[in-house]
Design a binder for this molecule. Sequence first.
Ligand SMILES: [Zn+2]
Length: 160
Amino acid sequence: MKFVCDRMLKRLAVWLRLSGYDTLCDESFPPASSKEDTYLVKNFEDRILLTRDRELYRRRREAGLAAMLIRPSRVEEQMRELSRIGVKFYPVMKRCTLCNSTLRKPTEKEVKAVAEREGLGEYVLKKELWYCEKCKKLYWIGGHWKNMLKFLKENDLLDR
Ligand SMILES: [Zn+2]
């Protein structure tokens, strides 16, 4: 399953990427304009459009393309809707949460460059690292990871 989320579903898009799903959002759209809905109706044909906009949903379905209307405003409830169609939320180091690119292992040079730029401590550099080539960003399993698992557990979204 591959997705494209409307602008109102950015947090959901991040959770999908964290869980390894190929998910596009507004960084893949042309600059914001009144024609954005029309763009979303006609493009990303191989993806399921996730939207909170009933009219956009209707137009996309009429165009014969996949769409799912997401009614809840809270991200955990949006996630629950998606788990009903088989989406499994669980953090994996696969995609950049900012741009959706596939992560890979960094080279020593890349680690050094990011560490210098962002002032990363030694303890980070000893961890297993992943890298987004596009954003020049390093990822590692840290405290944030535990918080994500806690969030999934508290909202009954972890697979049983
Ligand atoms: Zn990225």
